[in-house]
Design a protein around this ligand. Sequence first.
Ligand code: MN
Length: 226
Amino acid sequence: MTDFLFAPSPQVYVPVEGQSAVFPVHRIYCVGRNYAAHRREMGGDDRDPPFFFAKPADAIVLPGADIPYPPRTSNLHHEIELVVALRSGGANLSEKQALEAVFGYAVGVDLTRRDLQNGAKDKGQPWEAGKAFDFSAPISALRPWTGAPPQGNISISVNGQVKQSASLADMIWNVAEVIAEASKLWTLTAGDLIFTGTPEGVGALMPGDKVEGAIDDVGHLAFKVL
Ligand code: MN
């Protein structure tokens, strides 16, 4: 029995629709620029391969919880994203194996301190301050899923106004490809979450904003910025 100096951090989890057992989170991977129109609004090139960054597991914000406006930014952006949850893993997965590793899907928001991210890009510095901050990963309950990934609409509204709305079919790299690519870089494991990128229309959130995200057949997410 390991003798810890103090109590280890609690296990981060995401609730699962229709059952009391929850999904224990291992890592959070995120894909950058996975929809052509958003890639263009960020100044990228459609021929670039997918790239990944990460958030700490404890950036997760449980469904129903509100989000404190984060420090050191004046340009907090919403990025609505389909989140894939893995029930198994491995390295160098084929696309077929990748889909077999899926436990389910959720609606997530990749909250971004855009001013800090842009500053890091300009200086060639890492993205953690812009992406991997506290409370930066609100998520819905997971919907268990087998078979072909969801293909419906993904959208987010702020104070009732639609800001992002697109089809999941517009993803440059589909769910199977994203998982397979990630598994070439890391050995994936049960409990991993992958935020699969956001469509065009990202924009700023302010204290007091009411945010609602939805993905057809997957779920719904709502929070207020405090
Ligand atoms: Mn994103």
